[in-house]
Design a protein around this ligand. Structure first.
Ligand code: PLP
Length: 417
């Protein structure tokens, strides 16, 4: 069946709702779970009996969310986490150790950048960053034995689009794990189908849409019995878990090496709220992506000189060809406005009426934020340049309002610049 918006509308409402008993997902808030007897407790701890152990390592409400998102991404299994950063922290700490190196491709959200470049470095995990199209650097690092490649499906806020298939093929030829943060493009790109191993989402964003639930999730492929890249010697510290868990191995790798000991677990009520968002995700994504291209087109035509709108759907964009080829239904809710200076950006933001100023993206409402003075305020100038954060840059996340009204608000605000 073709994975278009019709497919996802059917899949998501049918999976979130139940036909028998409570129709809406059940919230199970208990932290602890009683076992029938000592033997059952032993079996649950050994992973041989599939029943809740203790809420830090999973609960039934999270379990329902995990199975829906795994299906949505075409994965084998998933683990819901307390936030998107929780999912990134879980995957990196579970799969890497001191002395390993991560290769980071393209633009990154500020929190991901500092996780890799500051926090993981403090624990001896090295990293390098390169442009989406710097295949020379990628090949060099892959040949030198990096353990993980990390990228965002669309750079936030750089809006650079990677050639995901080419990068996945390269990672597969060097038997190296590829992790894709697909937060900005749920339902628009399927990284596992293109050859990635793990997909991460901040479900706080479009997946929920309502800004009512902080959450994250990592989706995994099944581990193959023969010829899997995880069998490569460089992953030998994972081999005991793989021998025991077989095709399910990514789940115990993350639970035993991160969730159990660090507790970045999702809570049941957050997962419930995320599922309420998921029901309407396909409808919202279709509308938002049509609106982003429309707003970008109107602003491109009508903004005064000195304010530049950036979006890959605009023919002058450096990634226009890739957008046309690989993102036929859009590349998410973001566009950016470069006003030249921070003062001009502040003047525009302060004159907006309809738009909400906040640090989130992927909300049902249109949001905007000046990048340099907020998320990237403690980054040095060279790193900001690499991440595409210029002095006058405003990140805009388009919502469900009438696109003509959204554009009108930015145009009236631009007269105050
Ligand atoms: N990844 C991307 C692309 C993001 O935009 C964000 C947050 O803005 C995150 C990860 C982190 O997600 P959370 O805020 O849920 O921790």
């Amino acid at each position: 069946m073709e994975k278009d918006f019709n497919y996802y509308n059917t899949l998501l409402v049918q999976s979130v709702g139940s036909k028998v008993g409570p129709v809406a997902p059940t919230v199970v808030p208990s932290a602890a779970y009683g076992y029938t007897d000592a033997q059952e407790a032993e079996g649950i701890f050994a992973g041989e009996i599939n029943k809740p152990l203790y809420a830090r390592v999973g609960n039934p409400t999270n379990g329902k969310l995990e199975s829906i998102v795994a299906k949505m991404e075409g994965g084998f299994g998933a683990i819901a986490t307390a936030s998107g950063m929780g999912a990134l922290a879980m995957v990196t700490t579970a799969l890497l150790k001191a002395g390993d190196e991560v290769l980071c491709i393209g633009g990154f959200f500020g929190g991901t950048y500092t996780l890799i470049n500051e926090t993981l470095r403090r624990f001896g995990i090295e990293s390098s960053f390169c442009d989406v199209d710097d295949f020379t650097h990628m090949e060099k690092k892959l040949a030198a034995g990096v353990k993980m490649v990390l990228m965002e499906s669309v750079g936030n806020p750089s809006l650079r689009l990677p050639d995901m298939k080419r990068i996945a093929d390269l990672c597969n030829s060097y038997e190296t794990l590829l992790v894709v943060d697909n937060t900005v493009t749920p339902l628009l790109v399927r990284p596992l189908e293109l050859g990635a191993d793990i997909v991460i989402h901040s479900s706080t964003k479009n997946m929920s849409g309502h800004s009512a639930a902080l959450g994250g999730i990592a989706v995994f492929r099944a581990v193959k019995e023969e010829g899997d890249k995880l069998h490569n010697e460089k992953y030998k510290d994972l081999h005991p878990i793989i021998r025991k868990a077989g095709h399910k191995a990514f789940i115990p790798i993350c639970k035993k090496r991160a969730i159990r000991d660090m507790g970045m677990t999702a809570n049941a009520f957050g997962s419930f709220l995320t599922m309420l968002g998921l029901e309407t995700l396909a409808l919202r994504i279709e509308r938002v992506n049509r609106s982003v291209a429309k707003v970008a087109e109107i602003l491109e035509k009508s903004l005064p000189e000195g304010i530049e709108v950036k979006h890959p759907s605009l023919p002058r964009s450096e990634d226009y060809a890739r957008y046309q080829l690989d993102f036929p239904n859009g590349c998410g809710p973001l566009l950016t406005l470069d006003c030249g200076t921070a003062e001009r950006a502040f003047a525009l933001l302060n004159a907006l009426n309809l738009v909400t100023l906040t640090a989130n993206i992927g909300d049902n409402r249109t949001l905007a934020l000046h990048m340099e003075s907020t998320i990237y305020s403690d980054f040095d100038a060279e790193i900001r340049r690499f991440l595409g954060v210029t002095e006058g840059l405003i990140r805009v996340s388009i919502g469900l309002e009438d696109p003509e009204e959204i554009a009108k608000d930015f145009l009236q605000a631009s007269t105050y610049v």
